[in-house]
Every structure is written in C-alpha cells, then in structure tokens.
Ligand binder design. Structure first.
Ligand SMILES: [Mg+2]
Length: 202
C-alpha cells in the first residue's frame, strides 16, 4: 500500500542557514552580512562597507557548502518531527544545491539525525515534486519550503499537494514575503508536525 510522501526543503527548514552563512562570510572572507532585505547578495559588505558584487555570490555560497556545511545546525524539532512522520511516510529532502554538494548534504543530514534521501535541485520545485509523485505514487503529499516562488511552482504543477510555508529562521521572518500559494503558514516544527498529521488523517 502506498504511503504519504513528505517533501521538505533543507536550508531554513531543516538546517539553520542565515547565521552559519554570515559566520562563514565573516571568518573566511572578512565580509559582513546584515539582513535588511531578502536579497542575500545585496546585504553582504566588505570591511569598508562596500556592497559585494552579486557576481561573487555563487562562489561564496559554493565555498560555504564546500567547507562549512557541518556548521549548519538543525532547526529546532526538525529531526524529531521528521522521524515521527517517517514512521508512516516516505521523506525526501528537495534542496536547491549543486549536485556535488548533495552527497555531502545527505551524509551531513544523516549524521545529525535526518537519514533521508536528498535530491539536489536547481530552480523551481514544482516539476521535481511532480516527478517524485510519479515515482512514489503516494496516498497524499506534503511540501514544506521557506521560499514563496517554490509554493507558486508547486501550485502550478502539483495543485493537490498540501503546501506548508515555513520560515523557521527568525532573522528571515520579516524579510521573506507571504507565500500566497501555500495552504498554511507555520514557522515551527512542533506545530507543523501536528498540522501535517491532521492533514494526513483527514
Ligand atoms: Mg530554503
């Protein structure tokens, strides 16, 4: 019998991102990230206060994932909530990260209590979710992500998937816009677990 499928984002949902990334920028590159808008790149400045050119951002992000991924700590209650869901559901982590980092991420998540399949994605998430539905043929599906465009993409390609907009990192809550295409907005895992269990029972 098919099981429900949980598709979860990683950065900002399962793992802290903003604080560890800011710490990396400071310690390795002497750059300061002060979150004043949700354009991460535009918020990074050098020691003289000059904004870093957006072209440098991909390399900075790649450097962070290459050497500092282990500094990303779990979001509170994420490992326990996913473990509870995994008793009756399949769990897949759908993360926008380059392929060569997806393997490290798989090992890193397993090391801190989240031993799930990881798919490295690039761009909108609606179609990859659709591919997962075709593969797993789940009885129901839930998608969790902190970025509104991914919920819009999910609504377009897989409208029957229940979408939870979660901004687990407090420093990003005032900056990320509402995801009007999501079905629910829940920022912490304890409440999200109860919500998902309710949705799956219904
Ligand atoms: Mg994210």
């Amino acid at each position: 019998m098919s099981r429900p499928l949980i598709v979860s984002d990683c950065d900002g949902v399962l793992l802290e991102f903003a604080d560890p990334f800011a710490a990396y920028l400071q310690s390795v590159h002497d750059l300061t990230m002060k979150l004043e808008s949700f354009s991460l790149a535009g918020n990074i400045r050098d020691a003289d206060g000059v904004a870093v050119a957006p072209e440098r951002f991909p390399a900075l992000l790649d450097g962070f994932f290459t050497t500092h991924m282990p500094t990303q700590t779990p979001i509170a209650n994420a490992p326990g909530s996913l473990a509870e869901l995994a008793r009756h559901c399949d769990v897949v982590v759908l993360t926008n990260i380059a392929d060569h980092h997806a393997e490290t991420r798989t090992l890193e998540l397993a090391r801190i209590g989240m031993p799930y399949r990881v798919i490295g994605n690039n761009g909108p998430k609606g179609r990859p979710i659709q591919a997962l539905l075709e593969e797993y043929q789940p009885s129901a599906a839930i998608f969790i992500d902190d970025l509104p465009p991914h919920h819009s993409s999910a609504k377009k390609h897989v409208p029957h998937v229940h979408c939870v907009h979660m901004v687990a990192e407090e420093s990003l809550r005032g900056l990320i816009p509402d995801a009007t295409d999501a079905d629910a907005r829940i920022d912490d895992w304890a409440a999200a677990l109860a919500h998902i269990q309710r949705v799956l029972k219904g």
